[in-house]
Design a protein around this ligand. Sequence first.
Ligand code: CMC
Length: 430
Amino acid sequence: MSDKNATITFDNQSIDLPILKGTFGDTLIDINPLGKLGDFTYDPGFTSTAACESKITFIDGDRGVLLYRGYPIDQLAEHSDYLEICYLLLNGELPNKEQIKAFTKNVTLHTMVHQQIYQFFNGFRRDAHPMAVMVGVVGALSAFYHDALDITDPKHRETAAYRLIAKMPTIAAMCYRYYNGLPFVQPQNEYSYAENFLHMMFSMPSEKWVSNPVLAKAMDRIFILHADHEQNASTSTVRLAGSTGANPFACISAGIAALWGPAHGGANEAVLNMLHQIGDVSRIPEFLKRARDKNDSFRLMGFGHRVYKNYDPRAKIMRQTCHDVLAEVGVQNDPLFKLAMELERIALEDPYFVEKKLYPNVDFYSGITLSALGIPTNMFTVIFALARTVGWISHWSEMVSDPSFRIGRPRQLYTGAATRDFVSIAKRSS
Ligand code: CMC
């Protein structure tokens, strides 16, 4: 807190509002004292409102900075792996050798799902969207693991975190296998987290599965880059649901539902759909023309970002991984990937995109990478949810373990009808 105050004067009353300063970032005015006057503020979309204090992730969109617990994302993506990032996000510090060993053991202990969940899957239509299945199955976990649902008990919270991190790849892979009529594959704890996911997705009972380190590394990077992103819509949803005291499985399921929307988790899927729509390198100029046209709703998917106005620090890392994967699987000459790379090249030189600082974002490269890994587009948001689970559970845990946490209860600006008396149906006009 700063020693300065802001003062607001309204209806002949003045009130001092404390000024808050975090480690970095903007100065904030604490509007909580306004409640004493019975006044509220109005800020639809939370564009100027910080809803909580957090020590987990920091973003500076103008400078292209993303820090997990103070560590720059590029350093983490280069030198760390997803399970280490999970430990960092949950506990605030990077683990030492013993800590990561114990953490990995605790996670792998929980990679299998309850046998009844297999039957639960059978209740879904085969052609259900994998996100529809995931949101239901994750919510249902609270019906299976109610031995550790006391959110006031730190041990229970820790067990719930292990269970969620461990079971998400298993459930995600089951969603894919069920959709495609393939037999479910049990987790193999000898593999790394990312390898295990690829194994559960793609191995066949009839053939020996061999891990590919380039593809496993790419999967791990995608998980790291999507692990947390501060107070976005799904994380805020998890916090709001959690503020009521709801159990963590229910809260994460709420987060998955929020992520599902095309304005949030659906962008990398939109990139692939756009590439199919463009169809051929020769049609790029036509679509660039449409993207520049104010009267045309077409936008180049995977370009631009609400927060990162100079560049998306995740995109830089994902670009390299994307090229590594394309080379490894030998699809550089596949028309779709050729088209993607040509689009990237032309858009980076196009004056409209350069002037408006519309760089390719992380979803441009992650969409192409996931596709090259053989993952169908309807699984992209499922994978995003898998990776983001640790961010959600870290925020939930941070909130719930704060003794001063209260139920979230936004107010509203009511613009409906004024008070009026009930009219019986016989007297209502037709
Ligand atoms: N294609 C063409 N023009 C664009 C695009 C685009 N992708 N993005 C922005 N513009 C133009 C926009 O028309 C506007 O022009 P003008 O100044 O003439 O009105 C200008 O650039 C600024 O755009 P904006 O709409 O004010 O920017 P925003 O911050 O509201 O939107 C965005 C950000 C990500 C929604 C937008 O860039 C977009 O729709 N991009 C495509 C979808 C996409 O890739 N989304 C994924 C974002 S990454 C998600 C994550 O963090 O995980």
